[in-house]
Design a protein around this ligand. Structure first.
Ligand SMILES: *Cc1c(COP(=O)(O)O)cnc(C)c1O
Length: 407
């Protein structure tokens, strides 16, 4: 079925109603059916155009329909899609070389999602402690308001009681500290602590960047106590904050790092990385695995995405346009009484309102602008990294109109 045939097949409401008959009700979706995309724009099945400041939740760094990525994937589809991890492939090697270089890490394990990257990162830390100190009764310190994914291990370190409570029986030994409060982390340390995990910029929790002092303090605590530091760069990594990974901005290097989201720019792929120091005493043959992980299609995506970043100077572009986005958010905060403040780093920004933002986001969709929330009162801005100043202007105008309509 081509695009035109699909467009005339059913109305959006019919697609939505039929979907609700068969899908599990785990999402409250916005009432549009998206069909295709180009650059920073998406189109629904009726052909209506939307400026996309969500980017599939910080995934589509290169925008929709990137030709070079699509062509590389099509070629790989025709050549080889999957062989399992019983064998080596060339795309796997190329992606591993490029990704470890970009991450300034020694070793990588590719996964199929962000949550799986967190699973692997936490397992790596547990295995390291098991090898170095023996025993198995280890604890991890995570942060309140953190988000690390929905699988049971990733959920265990997610600092959101609402997400964790129904599944608590299968959640692990984790204590939660206050983000950006070193004393609160220190007070939870015991001789059982094997790792501290945090997002350098908390995403779902409300776009909270870590402070320089906090990251340095946590790094020092880890070094003094033989504890591993895990950074979740799944949302804030891959250039979004103006460095390939956010820790590179702060100059505070983790021992283990998780990435995903923009890593494959739409092809489901994640990764966890570690230093040689950790790798030498952590997961070995038989400790971890995945049938699909790192398959030739996914690793072709990683490899091609990293090539495009370099050739098109994506990170320089982020550093050029991000101050403009911040300026526009500042102007909106001054213009509207209902806005409290804005915060963020690079193209990962939040606009904090004094009231719930659900109606504003729905109105923005009517106006042809897609926005995500982060908590009830915060609008999150995670556009494609190729966003232009003109598109930032377009966003600000459409958002201002939506705020006015909701007053
Ligand atoms: C999205 C996200 C995850 C989970 O990734 P999935 O691919 O949805 O499993 C983990 N951590 C952070 C910071 C995220 O933003």
């Amino acid at each position: 079925m081509n695009i035109t045939e699909r467009m005339i097949h059913m109305t959006q409401q019919q697609y939505i109603d039929e979907s609700e008959q068969v899908l599990l009700h785990t999402y409250t979706r916005y009432q549009i059916v998206l069909d295709h995309g180009e650059g920073a724009y998406l189109y629904d099945t009726d052909g209506k155009k939307y400026l996309d400041f969500v980017a599939g939740i910080a995934v589509h760094a290169l925008g929709h329909g990137n030709r070079e990525l699509a062509d590389a994937l099509k070629q790989q589809l025709d050549r080889l899609v999957h062989v399992s991890n019983l064998y080596y492939t060339v795309p796997l090697l190329e992606a591993a070389k490029k990704a470890t270089k970009a991450a300034q890490m020694d070793r990588v394990f590719f996964t199929n999602s962000g949550a799986e990257a967190i699973e692997g990162a936490v397992k790596s830390a547990l295995k390291y402690a098991y090898t170095v100190k023996g025993g198995t009764d280890y604890e991890v310190i995570a942060m309140n308001h953190s988000f690390h994914g929905r699988t049971l291990g990733a959920l265990s370190v997610t600092g959101n009681e609402k997400y964790r409570a129904p599944f608590a029986a299968f959640c692990g030994a984790v204590k939660f500290a206050e983000f950006n409060d070193l004393e609160s982390v220190r007070s939870l340390l015991t001789d059982k602590t094997c790792a501290i995990i945090l997002e350098p910029v908390q995403g779902e929790g409300g776009i909270y960047p870590a402070s320089q002092a906090f990251l340095e303090g946590v790094r020092k605590l880890c070094d003094e106590n033989g504890i591993l530091l895990i950074f979740d760069e799944i949302q804030c990594g891959m250039g979004r904050t103006g460095a390939m990974f956010t820790w590179q901005r702060f100059g505070v290097k983790p021992d283990i790092m998780a990435a995903a989201k923009a890593l494959g720019c739409g092809i489901p792929v994640g990764a966890f990385f570690m230093t040689e120091k950790v790798a030498g005493k952590s997961l070995t043959a038989g400790d971890h695995g995945s049938t699909y992980a790192g398959n030739p299609l996914a690793t072709t995506a990683v490899s091609t995405v990293l090539d495009i970043y370099e050739r098109n100077h994506i990170i320089d572009h982020v550093n050029e346009v991000a101050p403009y986005l911040e300026k526009k958010l500042q102007e909106l905060s001054e213009q509207f009484e209902c806005i409290e403040t804005h915060r963020g780093i690079g193209l990962m920004q939040g606009l904090v309102f004094k009231k719930p933002v659900a109606d504003i986001v729905k109105q923005a969709i009517q106006n042809g602008l897609l926005l995500a929330t982060a908590g009830t009162n915060i609008i999150r801005f995670v556009p494609p990294l190729i966003i232009t100043k003109e598109q930032i202007d377009e966003m600000a105008d459409k958002l201002a109109a939506a705020i006015k309509a909701c007053q």
